[in-house]
Design a protein around this ligand. Structure first.
Ligand SMILES: *Cc1c(COP(=O)(O)O)cnc(C)c1O
Length: 236
């Protein structure tokens, strides 16, 4: 299916979810997750003005990162790259300077590695702090109880700009449990804002994927990360 067709369907559902939550769809940024698809398919996303592209491994992203846009004379808009996967500290150097946003900052050793590279490049890296809201043993992310301490720790890393919180909900058959996870992430963001008298740079919420983005929007998502439903998988 063409991305244009998928996008029209997704936009309709985004509008409907925004309507239910009294939100404006302009507040919801869409990241097209291209990790499952080929270079031409990622270009097709760009052609449809999906400029925010998400990848979870540098090895898989490399070709797309180097080649897109395929015809720079036609395509004026360059992709904005989001790193959404778990990141080993020794791989931070591959990602920092190439990806515009990192969604998976979840420990101090990684912060230190990002900082080192960002300092060399003299850049500031906007990062989402990944939080383990659902508290599954297998999930990445800072524990909820450790979050404020972790945010304190980040202050020493002057090349990292924490801009929001990110979470992944467990794959649930029961949507109301997913809702509780997203609601909790928003609550954490609101607490951070309140405790800083609105001065904290942590304002964004990266939450919601193909199977749960509508609930995430209803609970306040400002970035949703859509793979399957928006660009599809290779086999389609
Ligand atoms: C793969 C991935 C997505 C997109 O998943 P879909 O269910 O295909 O939409 C979103 N976020 C993260 C962190 C991912 O790894």
């Amino acid at each position: 299916m063409l991305i244009a067709t998928k996008l029209a369907q997704v936009m309709e559902r985004i509008e409907a979810a925004c309507g239910r939550a009294n939100r404006h769809s302009a507040e919801v940024n869409v990241i097209a997750v291209t990790k499952y698809v080929t270079l031409p398919r990622a270009q097709e996303a760009l052609n449809n003005k999906l400029l925010h592209l998400g990848e979870n491994r540098w090895q898989d992203a490399k070709e797309k990162w180097e080649q897109l846009p395929l015809d720079p004379t036609v395509m004026v808009d360059k992709p904005v790259w989001h790193f959404i996967g778990s990141l080993q500290s020794n791989k931070a150097k591959d990602v920092v300077g190439k990806f515009d946003y990192i969604h998976s900052l979840d420990r101090e050793s990684l912060a230190a590695a990002i900082e080192r590279r960002a300092e060399q490049l003299d850049i500031e890296v906007p990062c989402f702090i990944q939080v383990n809201v659902s508290e599954e043993a297998t999930k990445q992310g800072v524990e909820v109880e450790q979050l404020s301490e972790f945010i304190q720790t980040l202050q020493q890393y002057t090349h990292i700009k924490p801009i929001g919180l990110m979470t992944m909900a467990p794959f649930e058959v029961e949507p109301e449990h997913t809702r509780a996870v997203f609601r909790k992430l928003r609550q954490l963001r609101d607490d951070i804002q309140q405790q800083s008298n609105g001065m904290s740079t942590i304002t964004e919420l990266s939450m919601g994927m193909s199977n749960d983005f509508e609930i995430a929007i209803e609970e306040g998502a400002t970035w949703i990360r859509l793979g399957t439903i928006l660009v599809g998988e290779e086999e389609e």
